[in-house]
Every structure is written in structure tokens, then in C-alpha cells.
Design a protein around this ligand. Structure first.
Ligand code: SAH
Length: 191
């Protein structure tokens, strides 16, 4: 297949935006795959802030980072991404070049703990102010689980009404697949 699948496409976008030494944020740490990926892009001279409300996510991710010897450049935060502003150091303000959300529940974890529209949107608003010009926010929207369609609808309403002079916003997804496949919304802060 020539078309990029959803998760590879999310990474292609992050690779375009993030370079060595950059500041990045994983807003939904989960099993830590994106945190490790971002740390690989920023290297030790950069930084990854990574958020999750579940202890399990922090433990799994800490072990992954240790195994790859990447723990130095990552801060794992056991709190909701809606409190982002509390944790990002002042000198990193407007320096964030890439951030990612994987919405929904933790695979293999408690399916009742899901991301929610109001907290997700609050995090996006804070994050947008922290972005560097041409910085990217990638949101992978999962909407097949209970509560997923409500978050999707609120989020789509929010991004569709986002001022055009401030950001380029893209939607990417397969439109003839069954079972509510995830899709991407990417927000690029305009220069
Ligand atoms: N659905 C994706 C993975 C989503 S993981 C997949 O299948 O690959 C989503 C993670 O977000 C979970 O680990 C969950 O604990 C976390 N989460 C939920 N609400 C959060 C919040 N307010 N702040 C930070 N993380 C949150």
C-alpha cells in the first residue's frame, strides 16, 4: 500500500517539524511509544514533556526510556494535559515544535479512563500558545469507543472554527473503512 497509514503519517509529520535540540510534548503518554519516538528526534540536547493521568502509563514509559537510555531528556508528568501550563518551563515557552495526542483509552488498560473533550480542548489551547512558529500539534482521534464520538464532535467543531490567520489545520483519514477507524487532525501554527 502506497498511502501512509494513520500512525506512520503522524510520525512523518512530527519528523518534518521536530529537530535535534527541540522541545516536544506527548500529551497522552499511554504505553510510551510516542514519548520514545519524540526523544529519538530531540536527542539529549532537547526535551520531551509527557503527560498521563494513569500511574501504569508512567511506569511502562519510564521502563521503555531506561531501556533505550533516553530518560535524561524526558519529564514524565503524572497529571492531566489540561494542566500543561503548570509544568512547561518558562524558557521553553514558544519553543515547542511538535506535540501529539492519541485520544481514547489506554490499550490493554482500563477502558473507562478516556480522554474528554473539555480537557483535550483546554490542553490544545494552552499548547497552541507554547508552539514555535510552524510548530505542529498532531491529534489522533479514536472515536469508536463509548464517549469517543462526543469528544470527536466537540473537537471537530473547535478546530473547524479555529481562526485561519493563526493556523493551518489538516484532516487525514481513510473514508471507506469499517469500525470507525482513527483519523488525524494536524494543527500548524502560522508564522
Ligand atoms: N487510543 C490510543 C491510545 C490512547 S492512550 C490507541 O489505541 O493507541 C490515551 C491515554 O490518555 C491513556 O493512557 C489515558 O490514561 C490518557 N489520558 C486520559 N485523560 C488524560 C488527561 N486528561 N491528561 C493526560 N492523559 C490522559
Amino acid at each position: 500500500m502506497k498511502l501512509d497509514r494513520i500512525l506512520p503519517f503522524a510520525r512523518i509529520l512530527l519528523e518534518k517539524a521536530v529537530h535535534r535540540g527541540d522541545i516536544t510534548i506527548d500529551c497522552t503518554m499511554g504505553n510510551g511509544f510516542d514519548t520514545v519516538f519524540l526523544a529519538g528526534l530531540t536527542g539529549e540536547s532537547g526535551h520531551v514533556y509527557s503527560f498521563d493521568i494513569q500511574k501504569e502509563a508512567i511506569q511502562t514509559t519510564a521502563a521503555k526510556l531506561k531501556a533505550e537510555n533516553l530518560q535524561e531528556c524526558c519529564t514524565l508528568i503524572h497529571d492531566g494535559h489540561q494542566h500543561l501550563n503548570k509544568y512547561i518551563r518558562k524558557e521553553h515557552s514558544e519553543k515547542v515544535t511538535g506535540a501529539i495526542f492519541n485520544l481514547g483509552y489506554l490499550p490493554g488498560g482500563d477502558k473507562s479512563v478516556i480522554t474528554q473533550a473539555d480537557t483535550t480542548i483546554s490542553a490544545i489551547e494552552q499548547l497552541f500558545e507554547l508552539l514555535a512558529p510552524e510548530g505542529l500539534i498532531i491529534i489522533v482521534i479514536y472515536h469508536g469507543h463509548p464517549g469517543g464520538s462526543a469528544e470527536r464532535d466537540a473537537l471537530m467543531d473547535y478546530v473547524q472554527n479555529f481562526p485561519q490567520q493563526k493556523a493551518h489545520i489538516l484532516k487525514y483519514g481513510f473514508i471507506n473503512q469499517s469500525n470507525n477507524p482513527p483519523f488525524i487532525v494536524a494543527i500548524e501554527k502560522r508564522r
